[in-house]
Design a protein around this ligand. Sequence first.
Ligand code: F6R
Length: 631
Amino acid sequence: MCGIVGYVGRSEAAPILLDGLRRLGYRGYDSAGVAIVNGNKVETRKCAGRIAELGKLMAERPPTGTYGISHTRWATHGKPTDQNAHPHFDATGRLALVHNGVIENYQALKDQLIRDGDTNFASETDTEVLAHLIGKLYDQSIAADTSSNGKTKAELPNKKGRLVEAVRTALRQVIGTYGIALVHRDIPDFIVGARRGSPLVLGVGKDENFLASDVSAIVAYTRDAVYLNDFDVVAVERDKFEISSVAGEGGNYQVSKVEFTDADIKKGDYPHYMLKEIFEQPGSVRDAMRGRLSQEECTAKLGGLNMTPAQLRDVGRVVLTGCGTALHAAMIGEYLIEQLAQIPTEVEYASEFRHRNTPMTRDTLVFAISQSGETADTLGALRESRRKGYRTLGICNNVASTIARESDGGVYMHAGPEIGVAATKSFTSQVAILTAIGLLLGRMRHLSTSEGTRIIEALEALPEQIEEVLKLSDQMKAIAKKYASVSGLLFFGRQFNFPIAVEAALKLKEITYLFAEGHPSAELKHGIIALIRPDLPSVFIAPDDAVFSKNMNNIEQVRARKGPVIAITSGNCAKQLKGIADDIVTVPKVPDFVSPILTVIPLQLLAYHLAVELGRDVDKPRNLAKSVTVE
Ligand code: F6R
């Protein structure tokens, strides 16, 4: 995925575009560029590397002009080089285009352009092919104007209309996904945008308008936004905009108020977004529950599911799907829904679910879980499930994201913007919401009012308990220092905390680049034990729960082979671990079904502090992007 920002107004475009790109840096950061139109010149600055490199280039030779487009890239076609950085141009160099997505049939389109005599390609990208195609169609339209059989000038579409039509015609030939923005040197104060499968938002300002992949890029300038739909084409000028479809029909749209402000997306006093977001968890978990727990009815109230009590009662099976961290939340969801509601629940990798023919029963309820709401595989899974007629709900953070809009209903996380590439607060919000779903479905069946009350109390106590756990940050920093030279870590957990082992390993891999694996504790003896050695610590997530003594057996097995042990535990179990585990981290004792929300936090902190200790770029780890809008 990549990030796009466009601006047309009365201010200098360069600082606005650069500021927007910095805010979208989490979407990709291997090259960046801008194209700003100034009279009959398209001023372009682009380079491989971080947005800071582009900033230097723009400071050395500031581009001027009041409209332009910009891009930060996460490479899909072609290496992250200066040439492959966006914007890309048409064959004449008058049209500049930025693109997020993948043009799957770009080779066929390119071959056709070459057969038609266009060989002037400067990059290896699919994007450049689209720029050439639109440029060619536009030029053909202008050429046809000069030989326009008898039509008066007034009857002919103007240049703006012709460019929009060229965009539509080109996009009708495209197979793949796109969020695009483009400018043409010959058409002043005019930007065209379009989307299919990659997000694009129009920011509506006063005497200025914006395009962006994500509202966070433009919320400093306006909080009025139009979330474009797939196949929308938008023509943007300073004081107006027009939305139509790729097919040429008028588009429906709604101007919405962005929920958060610029202040919410600032790092504040924190050195990294990831640390800020870890520390936001008392509030984000509280917000995930706000207004959703009814003491009176001893259940959860989730009106966004759009399901009647009878429909909820009739759910016979649940499928939870997502990718990465969201999938790990789903793994906990499986334990939660099965324990609290006794409904058979399965977890499916979204990337697998969408392509395999999972047998489903008529009464299956599907949840697509995604922080961004834009992950291509999760979206694909949602569409496949809906196509087959299953009720498919979303659990998303990003309001008005594609998954949120295309699902039959769902639950918003209300976690606020998550900017650090490693997901943290979205995970705990997802688990809290899945607990509420388990409670709701359970109370439609066998769960008693007193059991319902116990679950509500456990959920409501979490924000304060998370505050307690956050006090462990210094201890986790000391542990990170102690183990900074290890070659990797192993993570083990059982039951509700087995998915935490997998999630902790993912966090560590992502931001420290160390080798890490997460397994059910008992699997240790079935092979992994061969890895145990003094320079490979094992982290056991072993709170005071029904399986603590089983975890203890596994810890002893590691100790017997001289493997260092870090234990994440709770309550009185800390005492039992004394002299056995090398490091003991104690979180508050809570019912087993909410314990993962607490045990994950010291492990987020461990990954964070270890990454800082190793000098890694915590918020922008190598090769990653925040949301993966390609397959
Ligand atoms: C891990 C991480 C990724 C995402 C995954 C799904 O820290 O950030 O594994 O969890 O790409 O993203 P969403 O939730 O946006 O669908």
